[in-house]
Design a protein around this ligand. Structure first.
Ligand SMILES: [Zn+2]
Length: 304
């Protein structure tokens, strides 16, 4: 039984859409901004496109003018191509290094398959390619005026991935973070860094968190999952958590831990903080932990 209202209002004209990734509620969010023009920030997996359409219908929204994937991971951009085909006036804007992957998603699919395996990627759904004339890069600092007082400003936030853009909703104290901040799932309310292969970079991630902290921000709209108040505290917590992981991973690796035992140890930490047994941590979170530990280890190997 799902909660009746899946499109939650953040403020007037701004809605969270639960994309119900792989049928799971409250794991992957998208954000719909309804000015005179309509923008969608992140749009979930390809397999979530029907859910998004349904929520838009429920809200009475029949147009999309901007598709704004924060970065080109499949849980953020997977349905972008399908929606671009359906809403032919929509412009797709992304980080300059992301554009080519939206036009030709073959490398995204190959990369995701390497990390998650064929079966899971098939369940996520394969992104449709987007015609080159529909996609443009968005410079840092560029604004998008949607009307009705909704003005988005692009803030480049590399670290989680080099091709990431967050968006500040000017004058409203709201940031759409993308994966510049870690995940905090309502069902396991513990902050977990998102540090995946192949190009997580700790230094850039911390710099990006500081950059977001310098914005006029009270509320974070996160993809995994939902709106967080006390933005400044959350951003500081994210920096601390990244450093905590770094210290722990460095320490355990020098004690001879394998990646598997590292993953186990960090899952134990999360379970303890959530007050549950490690075996009660849901599968999707176990997968995520493994990916993030792998990305962090690869980063540390590159550095040394
Ligand atoms: Zn990501």
């Amino acid at each position: 039984v799902w909660p009746a209202l899946q499109a939650d209002k953040i403020i007037d004209h701004v809605y969270l859409i639960d994309t119900r990734a792989l049928g799971l509620s409250r794991t992957v969010a998208a954000y719909l901004l309804v000015g005179d023009e309509v923008a969608l920030i992140d749009m979930g997996y390809r397999s979530s496109v029907r859910t998004i359409r349904q929520r838009m219908n429920e809200l009475g929204i029949r147009r999309l003018d901007y598709l704004l994937p924060t970065h080109v991971h499949l849980d953020h951009c997977g349905s972008c191509g399908t929606l671009a085909t359906e809403f032919i006036q929509a412009r797709v804007l992304a980080h300059p290094t992301a554009v080519k992957h939206l036009i030709d998603p073959s490398r995204l699919i190959a990369g995701a398959t390497e990390i998650f395996g064929q079966e899971l990627v098939n369940r996520y759904g394969l992104p449709d390619p987007i015609a080159p004339n529909r996609v443009a890069s968005i410079p840092a600092g560029q604004t998008i005026n949607l009307g009705r007082g909704l003005v988005l400003k692009a803030v480049w936030t590399p670290g989680h991935a080099p091709h990431q853009v967050s968006y500040e909703l000017e004058g409203k104290g709201i940031l759409f973070t993308g994966d510049a901040v870690g995940v905090t799932f309502p069902d396991v309310p513990v902050l977990i860094p998102t540090t995946p292969p192949p190009s997580f970079d700790l230094g850039l991630a911390v710099d990006s968190l500081k950059l977001l902290n310098a914005c006029d921000v009270k509320q974070l709209c996160t993809p995994h999952f939902g709106a967080l108040t006390n933005a400044k505290d959350e951003l500081a917590k994210n920096i601390n958590k990244l450093m905590e992981w770094r210290n722990k991973i460095v320490e355990l690796r020098s004690a001879g831990y394998s990646v598997d035992s590292l993953v186990g140890s960090l899952i134990d930490d999360v379970a303890r903080q959530a007050g549950v047994r490690a075996s009660e941590i849901p599968d999707y979170l176990q997968v995520l932990m493994r990916v993030n530990v792998l990305g962090f280890v690869q980063y540390l190997d590159r550095k040394s």
